[in-house]
Design a protein around this ligand. Structure first.
Ligand SMILES: Nc1ncnc2c1ncn2[C@@H]1O[C@H](COP(=O)(O)OP(=O)(O)O)[C@@H](O)[C@H]1O
Ligand SMILES: O=C(OP(=O)(O)O)[C@H](O)COP(=O)(O)O
Length: 574
């Protein structure tokens, strides 16, 4: 899907190798016994030593039997306590035991223990029933799960309608609040994210973002509005024909069932003429808004010119909501009302709603290439999840921080301390943090590399980990079987190479299976979405985010300027 991903992974990898060559001591060898160690659930304890060359390694792993019993005990004592808090008490230091090297029998013990976690879900479903039956009306959000919108609505009420921060300020006025009386004959500036991939012949290779923009546009034209549709495509430097929005016209017209007219410019007299000639219920697509450098600079004069084309503003460009640009943020200063489109709402419902009031147990799967690019996400999720599964290239930094040999795997030497801190934080928060117990290693970074499966502690010199192994897939799947909400960001391995795509594809299939059983499954991040599409299970997931960078920023707890700028939803009295 993304042609740049292999080269991205390869570049990251080369950079890491260079850093590693600088940082790794030539005497850094590992004894055979150390390499035989198999890594079970990795330590959450601050008592695990970083082994030196002469010490036997002891890995702390959770005594899950005790963990489960304590968990059930905690839940039975505190039925109203959040599972997170229950998990925290259940994983208090007394439940940790120092064991010598994990064995396969201990691994299967862990698996069966994990399988028995599912009864905890009952507490969350009873909570959900009582909330659903309450009389709080939802705001502009069109949540698939009313519980999410309920959480947002009740927070707004509790602050007397004044948005304060975080989730609260994400409750925005919706395009769904605008009726025919508001829209008939009105010129509406709609910012969408139609930044789709195109092949060499300018054919759209993935129309997800076009399809996702349709409900808002349809609502507007069906209510008699004149839609002035704006988007960027790529990152052009000035007017660049290959970044024209012209290839979007046929697909948009087909999906909307009307002929979309395209302007050759974004502002100016020609565009104004076209706008003036628009009949009710029609769509005018402006040229790539980034053909003007003023767009990304959020130039107020340019924003004013854009705004002068219309009377109302709808932002449905979730993928670009983390950018404070003229068409996403600047125009809102000149157009009232400025409201959220249906796609933007849905993204917020899931990505904010699921994280702030998830059905529990709540798990996050975080993968991808580097710890550094996911620190914010991991730290933020540690505050919220019950289970955190880590995969992808970042795991080797965690392994190395634990004193394990990592061969020539991707490692961020300057993040070893951070990795240890994150493990400690997980323990302190009572989060079950699982690292893969085995990995698929390769003798080079290439699709045709020789490969083999080894325990996580057994990566030989000169080999690199490029995927999680079958034991880990099984353990991760068992943990996921216990959950009610799962968020996934980042692939488990170098899924662009078929040989190393098994871990990522297995997770995609597992989440598809869980979606069918009513688990809320949310996929964010460009590469994870690409993996889900590749396996052909995108349609069954609860939510696939159309924004990679934007969804990451939301998961990190950041505010999105394109959302902040919109009118606040009116709190509904109950
Ligand atoms: N073990 C690994 N070694 C090197 N690169 C990896 C490894 N596992 C995953 N990757 C790479 O990570 C990249 C995705 O990382 P990232 O951009 O953080 O994910 P996302 O786009 O889902 O947020 C992919 O190109 C993938 O090949
Ligand atoms: O494709 C996009 O973001 P994404 O690659 O993070 O999903 C959006 O269209 C934003 O594009 P930008 O990152 O050039 O501002």
């Amino acid at each position: 899907m993304r042609s740049s991903t292999v080269s991205k992974a390869s570049n990251i990898f080369n950079l890491s190798s260079t850093i590693r060559e600088i940082h790794t001591s030539p005497n850094h060898s590992h004894s055979a016994s150390r390499q035989r160690l198999s890594l079970s659930l990795l330590s959450l304890s601050d008592s695990h030593p970083l082994p030196n060359q002469n010490q036997p390694i002891y890995l702390v792993h959770i005594n899950l039997s005790l963990f489960i019993h304590t968990l059930f005990f905690a839940l039975s004592l505190y039925p109203r306590q959040s599972n997170n808090a229950a998990m925290a008490s259940a994983t208090a230091p007394t439940t940790l035991s120092l064991l010598p090297t994990a064995t396969s029998s201990s691994t299967s013990h862990i698996r069966s223990s994990l399988l028995h976690l599912s009864p905890t879900s009952s507490s969350s479903s009873s909570c959900s029933i009582s909330l659903r039956s309450s009389n709080i009306r939802r705001l502009g959000f069109s949540a698939a799960d009313p519980l999410f919108a309920h959480g947002v609505a009740s927070k707004v009420r509790s602050f007397g309608g004044k948005a304060v921060r975080g989730v609260v300020s994400m409750a925005k006025k919706s395009v769904g609040d605008l009726t025919a009386a508001d829209l008939k004959g009105k010129k509406v500036f709609v910012r969408a994210d139609l930044n789709v991939p195109l092949d060499d012949n300018q054919n759209i290779t993935d129309d997800t973002r076009v399809r996702a923009a349709v409900p808002t546009i349809k609502h507007l034209i069906q209510n008699g509005a004149k839609v002035i549709l704006s988007s960027h495509l790529g990152r052009p430097k000035g007017v660049t024909p290959k970044f024209s929005l012209a290839p979007l016209v046929p697909r948009l017209s087909e999906l909307l069932g009307i002929q979309v007219v395209k302007a050759d410019d974004v502002i100016g007299p020609e565009v104004e003429k076209l706008v003036a000639s628009l009949p009710d219920g029609s769509v005018l697509l402006l040229e790539n808004v980034r053909f003007y450098k003023e767009e990304e600079k959020n130039d107020p004069e340019f924003a004013k010119k854009l705004a002068s084309l219309a009377e109302l503003y709808v932002n449905d460009a979730f993928g670009t909501a983390h950018r404070a640009h003229a068409s996403t943020e600047g125009v809102t200063k000149f157009l009232k009302p400025s409201v959220a489109g249906f796609l933007l709402q849905k993204e917020l419902d899931y990505l904010v709603g699921a994280v702030s009031s998830p059905k529990r147990p709540f798990a996050a799967i975080v993968g991808g290439s580097k710890v550094s690019s996911k620190i914010g996400v991991i730290e933020s999720l540690l505050e919220k999840v019950d289970i955190l599964l880590l995969g992808g290239g970042m795991i080797f930094t965690f392994y190395k921080a634990q004193g394990l040999p990592v061969g020539s795997s991707l490692v961020e030497e300057d993040k070893l301390g951070l990795a240890t801190t994150l493990l400690e934080k997980a323990k302190a928060k009572g989060v079950s943090l699982l690292l893969p117990t085995d990995v698929v290693i390769a003798d080079k970074f290439a699709p045709d590399a020789n490969s083999k499966i080894v325990p996580a502690s057994g990566i030989p010199d000169g080999w690199m980990g490029l995927d999680i192994g079958p034991d880990s897939i099984k353990t991760f799947n068992d943990a996921l079987d216990t959950t009610k909400t799962v968020i996934w960001n980042g692939p488990m391995g170098v899924f662009e190479f078929d040989k190393f795509a098994v871990g990522t594809e297995s997770i995609a299939k597992k989440l598809a299976e869980l979606s069918g059983k009513g688990v809320t499954t949310i996929i964010g991040g460009g590469d994870s979405v690409a993996a889900v599409e590749k396996v052909g299970v995108a349609a069954v997931m609860s939510h696939i985010s159309t924004g990679g960078g934007a969804s990451l920023e939301l998961l990190e707890g950041k505010q999105l300027p394109g959302v902040l700028a919109l009118d606040e939803a009116t709190p509904v009295p109950v």
